[in-house]
Ligand binder design. Sequence first.
Ligand code: DGL
Length: 281
Amino acid sequence: MKKNVTMTSSGPIGIFDSGYGGLTILKAIREQLPEYDYLYLGDNARAPYGTRSFDIIYRFTLEGVRELFDRGCRLVILACNTASAKALRTIQQRDLPTIDPTRRVLGVIRPTVEALSCSATGNVGILGTVGTIASRSYEMEIAKLYPLYKTTTRACPLWVPLVENAETDGDGARFFVDKYINALFNDNPAVDTIVLGCTHYPLLLPLIEKAVDGRARILTQGDIVAASLADYLHRHPEIESRCSKTGEITYLTTENPEKFSNLARVFLDTDINVHHIDISQ
Ligand code: DGL
């Protein structure tokens, strides 16, 4: 049920992802900022986004953001690197001024790149979807902040389908995790810090850690994005005061809600209530 939103009302913080991946971000945000309300939207019916074209990712992401706005969110986090890489800037610069200039949409790439200051040698590896890697968003942000860093990227197109199909352990998953990690180190054996630049990838973390085998530090985005959001809310009281605070989380999916809650339970360690919605226009 959509809410009737006025210019001054408050609402939950929206968390948008193509599917389950954003749960890795929501979980960390919720741990750091438990007092707020959250509205999670996973566009599972149209996932994966990572292999789609710019126009489609932009359109799907905008539909998701509009849906979250319609349901009262004044601040939406794109808990998806692909959407952050391909749609965030256009939404911020072109759409928000006409939809409602008082609302905000934030992404996950910039805060993640800021966290790369921890690299000792400046050899960093970025793993992401085909869309994120092809956008070169990480390389561009890294070049701005750390001009001397050497960035090695690797698209891992099979990891999201594995996660979306609950294939997060077992031989098939292990094979494809080893394949992409080995390819990254073949390209640059000196990589000392690896970013899991797709919010789905932490669901494969045990296998990724095994494959990396201590050769590099692995950065997952949950804690990084949560700390960055806490800082943002602190610096923007005009937004913070419009975020409702009863500690509630609502989950929406464009796919089957039972399927969503089954996989979400494995990851969140708790039963959740999920509602189905249709957002395609
Ligand atoms: N979880 C998303 C990301 O961080 C998108 C995965 C996909 O749908 O391909 O890139």
